[in-house]
Write a protein that binds this ligand. Structure first.
Ligand code: AMP
Length: 115
């Protein structure tokens, strides 16, 4: 599936917008959130342009699995003993960038429920 020339996260994948990239493989790219909500706040995104995780679920499960295995690898490399993964799906759930992304949060006690 092609990248979207108008998409912020596609531009990061292509290297056209700078990002603090912490992990990359053939299926996913991960970089630090520009407005971190925890000491570790990394966004893990598929290297295909897909609007959200609901759309991603219609595609190869290999990509979805790669998001979670990257999260585990990054959490280990950040030394996290626990972490939270979040997908905001749709504007009403707080999604502001419409390229599917997993938030990986950790490095402080995380309360529940989230707001
Ligand atoms: P969401 O609100 O779930 O769509 O998450 C989008 C996230 O992207 C927010 O946490 C933003 O802080 C983050 N973000 C926006 N622009 C950038 C950027 N250029 N580099 C890194 N993170 C970004």
């Amino acid at each position: 599936m092609p990248l979207d020339a108008e998409c912020l996260f596609c531009k990061i994948i292509e290297g056209n917008i700078p990002a603090d990239i912490v992990y990359r493989d053939e299926n996913v790219v991960a970089f630090r959130d520009i407005s971190p909500k925890a000491p570790t706040h990394v966004l893990i995104i598929p290297t295909v342009h897909v609007e959200n995780v609901a759309e991603l679920a219609k595609m190869s499960s290999v990509i979805t699995a790669s998001l979670f295995s990257a999260a585990k690898e990054i959490a280990d490399s950040e030394g996290l003993d626990g972490y939270r993964t979040v997908f905001n799906t749709g504007a009403s759930a707080g999604q502001s960038v419409f390229h599917a992304h997993m938030h990986l949060l950790g490095g402080r006690p995380l309360t529940w429920p989230p707001g």
